[in-house]
Design a protein around this ligand. Structure first.
Ligand SMILES: [Zn+2]
Ligand SMILES: [Zn+2]
Length: 190
């Protein structure tokens, strides 16, 4: 869905949508499962910077609610998580801030983004909002054993035989050296 300044100048636009998976490009970080519900409203805010300098910002408020698959932080198996968040954002025309001027709207109440040309795509906003709301670290279960750093086996499903002893080959070399020293010490003196 595209919000055009020319339409928003006439009246605010309310929206209430269910976006199918794929409508929002989330890259590899998350995968949408089922419809993504999003609703809210878009309106123009005029920033008066001077007698002849009015900047048309787009204020976008709303919320989304959906289910997403993200990889487990330890074993990378997909984990399905619910995600929902509110947003209240301001988008300024990209050209408006090309010269550094004092802003009449501070970023304290709302975050400031930019829109290109004369419209703003809801899907672009949602991509950022969904990615921002992803938990830093998701585990498939609290005690996920993760992948073996040596053989790559998923320790949840196939216990591997490399979990005894240190993994670094240098340790193996040291251990060999040590056993040689010990055997020398054990050998009778001439
Ligand atoms: Zn896991
Ligand atoms: Zn292993």
């Amino acid at each position: 869905m595209e919000f055009r300044i020319i339409d928003l100048e006439k009246e605010p636009i309310d929206f209430d949508l269910e976006l199918p998976p794929g409508a929002v490009d989330l890259g590899t970080e998350a995968r949408q499962q089922g419809p993504l519900a999003v609703s809210g409203s878009a309106e123009v805010l005029h920033e008066h910077r001077g007698p002849r300098d009015v900047v048309a910002d787009i204020r976008l408020r709303g919320q989304f609610d959906g289910r997403f698959q993200v990889p487990c932080a330890r074993c990378v198996e997909p984990v399905e998580i619910p995600l929902a968040a509110d947003f209240d954002l301001i988008f300024r025309p990209a050209a408006a801030d090309s010269e550094a001027t004092e802003r009449s709207i501070t970023a304290q109440e709302t975050e400031i983004g930019y829109y290109l040309k004369d419209s703003l795509a809801l899907e672009d906003v949602l991509r950022e909002q969904v990615l921002l709301s992803l938990p830093v670290r998701t585990l498939c279960k609290p005690d996920c054993k993760g992948l073996c750093p040596r053989c790559g086996a998923d320790r949840n499903s196939q216990p591997c035989s490399c979990d005894e002893g240190p993994s670094d080959p240098r340790w193996t070399a040291l251990a060999g050296l040590r056993s040689r020293i010990e055997s020398k010490e054990d050998s009778p003196q001439r």
